[in-house]
Design a protein around this ligand. Structure first.
Ligand code: TXA
Ligand code: MG
Length: 317
């Protein structure tokens, strides 16, 4: 059930339950990272394949040394600059971090979330929290407590309500190769922003020697409704003439009365506002019993690049 009680969340976590918690990015399905039975429960609840590792959430940057070792200097610099915040670092795991969490990888994903309720919970616990986004595998991430409730209903005893996530897109994931940062997932901190600290950032590619990064799965973040992404929305509208169409647009309404629903992400054309609204708009469109959702490509820089990445993966191939 949805609650605002931090005590209930803490109690449930101590009792080895899975609890939905708000972060600044999206809601997470959190559980004791030091208990494999709990971690297994998270995978089961989410129907997530065991090859897809989880992020470990810690309460402060100094806790990084409890989780990881041989940490590159540049990673420490990034953690100081961006934590608490939507940056996840892939670091060499310490041996006590379970292979279940890391899906057998030698690296562990770590971040300090920037949400007062999540941090409050972490401060009351003696263990870090493993938490993937609180959605069934492959579907749209939740950015408010109701989204989580709609997915998991009674299978969660506590959904801690922290309001609407103010970033609205998952964390940016950075790994390291020979101490050089590599981008594994676009996220709430733009590449441009990170490059100000680390210089040019290389994008992880499938040819890399490291195992696959499942965050890069081509089909992910998907509505149930057939979805298209284009910078020529009008031609798709014409193509689907006669169908029930929903539009996902950046800032301008489309002048056509035959469109069922139009979601405008930011009337003033602000990418941060659009990011905050993106998943909620997709959730709403997906409930409208439409034949098709047509999404407009966003300006491909800053957070626009992250949103295009997500929408690309939302498209059915
Ligand atoms: O903003 C976020 O990061 C949210 C909130 C709840 O913190 N969490 C989130 O978790 O998005 P999840 O599990 O939905 O996505 C984590 C991504 C997955 O795509 C996973 O494959 C990748 O991180 N990941 C985790 N550990 C990894 C590792 N060792 N190597 C490569 N990718 C890893
Ligand atoms: Mg996810």
């Amino acid at each position: 059930m949805i609650t605002k009680s931090i005590d209930k969340a803490v109690e449930a976590l101590i009792n080895d339950e899975i609890v939905a918690l708000p972060t600044e990015t999206v809601y997470g399905l959190a559980g004791n990272a030091y208990n494999d039975t709990v971690v297994k429960k998270i995978f089961d609840l989410k129907k997530r394949p065991s090859y897809n590792p989880l992020i470990v959430h810690i309460k402060s940057a100094s806790g990084i040394h409890e989780i990881a070792m041989n940490i590159p200097e540049i990673a420490l610099e990034l953690s100081e600059k961006f934590w608490p915040g939507p940056l996840t670092l892939l670091l060499e795991k310490k041996s006590h971090i379970s292979d279940l969490i890391t899906a057998g990888k030698k690296t562990v994903a770590v971040r300090v979330p920037d949400h007062p309720l999540f941090l409050d919970v972490l401060h009351q616990l003696k263990f870090p929290l493993a938490a993937p986004s609180a959605n069934p595998f492959g579907s749209i991430s939740p950015t408010c407590a109701e989204h989580v409730f709609n997915y998991f209903d009674d299978s969660l005893s506590v959904i801690l309500d922290g309001g609407v996530c103010n970033r609205g897109l998952e964390s940016t994931i950075i790994g390291f190769e020979d101490n050089t940062p590599v981008l594994y997932r676009h996220g709430s901190i733009s590449i441009e922003h990170i490059e100000k600290v680390v210089g040019n950032l290389r994008l992880y590619t499938k040819n890399d020697t490291q195992p696959d990064a499942p965050g890069m799965l081509s089909r992910h973040y998907s509505p149930a409704t057939e979805t298209y992404l284009s910078d020529n929305v009008e031609s798709l509208i014409n193509y689907f003439d006669g169908k029930k169409i929903g539009l996902l647009l950046f800032k301008n309404q489309f002048p056509n009365n035959s469109i069922r629903v139009q979601e405008i992400l930011s009337k003033k054309g602000d990418l941060a506002e659009a990011s905050r609204n993106l998943y909620a708009a997709l959730h709403r469109l997906d409930k409208e019993d439409l034949d098709v959702i047509i999404a407009e490509k966003l300006p491909n820089h800053g957070l626009g690049e992250t949103m295009n990445d997500r929408l690309q993966r939302a498209v059915k191939k």
